[in-house]
Design a protein around this ligand. Structure first.
Ligand code: DAH
Length: 329
């Protein structure tokens, strides 16, 4: 037995010296160290030895196994080194690769800032689906079937009853369906209209909707709330103006403008969006008592809010995903 061990040792050693690549190393491993290899066969033979011979033979056989395993590991490491493709080795003294850190998109940053400003005035955030039904997008908002806003060519209909919401005013309805007054929510989110894309239009853009309902809410509350927002977002020097307007879901309705100097130049009036006192028909649609409650609502385009502030001349820049542009903020 001891002779046999020595024979396998010298044979294995000699063969391992001949191994020049990983493939023949694997063949060597299978021959000597695998489950069907010669070393294991040797160990199995130990059981047939007499009790007197077994300990010495067992020790030698186990030594052989450890020795060949170590030799195999060494050889494998050496071959792996040389198997690397030609070229410079790893220089551990070089600075590491720094992964580029992402950041929130400017629209998301602005949305957070708006939520924060209105949050300070007690508004919660409300959400609603982007795929809406006609009831929430039109009917409950007092928009009659013949209204031009319902023209199928001016909306992204998905089937006869559902469309991509064309305004976040849908979330006013959803918020009022969910809870009884008082309500004070804002709803930022995506809206969709099949507009031809140009510097100020896109088929998808973002709006932020606001709704405040309680007993005794008046137009004074509407104007002071929106003035506070403008002063917090643009600065206390910026003036506002409310122009009479019309929306089916508010009465009276207004457009709010800000007096803004683009790029520090000559100040001019810029429209931010619509607002007004909630029309009693809207309260009726959601089961609120219009005798008891009044409220105000507003809806602004988020891109329109942020573009003058950051001096962005073209809305498309916000969607193209050009990191050189986006990483400025
Ligand atoms: N939903 C209107 C739009 O998309 C904007 C709007 C106007 C929202 C008046 C309001 C509002 O809540 O009171 O053009």
């Amino acid at each position: 037995m001891l002779e046999q061990i020595e024979k396998i040792r010298s044979q294995a050693r000699a063969q391992l010296d001949q191994v020049k690549d990983l493939q023949s190393l694997e063949q060597w491993r299978v021959r000597y160290l695998s489950r069907k290899g010669e070393v294991l066969a040797l160990l199995k033979l130990l059981g047939t030895l007499s009790a007197a011979d077994r300990p010495a033979a067992g020790q030698k056989a186990n030594q052989l196994k450890a020795e060949l395993t170590a030799a195999f590991d060494q050889r494998q490491a050496a071959l792996n080194q040389t198997a690397r493709p030609a070229g410079p080795g790893t220089d551990v003294t070089l600075p590491g690769d720094c992964p580029r850190l992402g950041r929130e998109h400017l629209i998301s940053q602005a949305t957070s800032e708006l939520c924060e400003i209105f949050g300070r005035m007690g508004f919660d955030i409300a959400e609603g689906p982007e795929v809406e039904d006609e009831f929430h997008n039109f009917v409950a908002l007092n928009i009659p079937p013949a209204h031009p806003a319902r023209d199928p060519l001016d909306n992204f209909y998905i089937d006869v009853q559902r469309l991509l919401r064309s305004q976040t005013s849908t979330v006013q309805i959803r918020a009022m369906e969910r809870q009884a007054p008082p309500v004070r929510v804002i709803a930022p989110g995506r809206t969709y209209r099949p507009d031809t894309v140009d510097a100020t239009h896109s088929f998808m853009f973002h709006q932020i909707e606001g709704l405040c309902v309680d007993e005794g809410v008046s137009m004074v509350d509407l104007k002071s709330c929106l003035n506070q927002f403008v002063h917090a977002y643009y600065g206390p020097q910026v003036r506002t103006r409310f122009r009479p307007s019309f929306f089916p879901f508010t009465e009276p309705s207004a457009e709010m403008d800000i007096h803004w100097a683009p790029g520090g130049g000559q100040a001019r009036w810029m429209e931010l969006g619509g607002c007004g006192m909630v029309d009693p028909a809207v309260f009726e649609a959601v089961g609120y008592d219009p005798q008891r409650y009044t409220g105000f609502a507003f809806g602004f385009g988020i891109e329109r809010i942020l573009m003058p502030k950051y001096g962005i001349p073209d809305i498309r820049l916000l969607y193209e995903g050009d990191v050189r542009f986006l990483s400025q903020w």
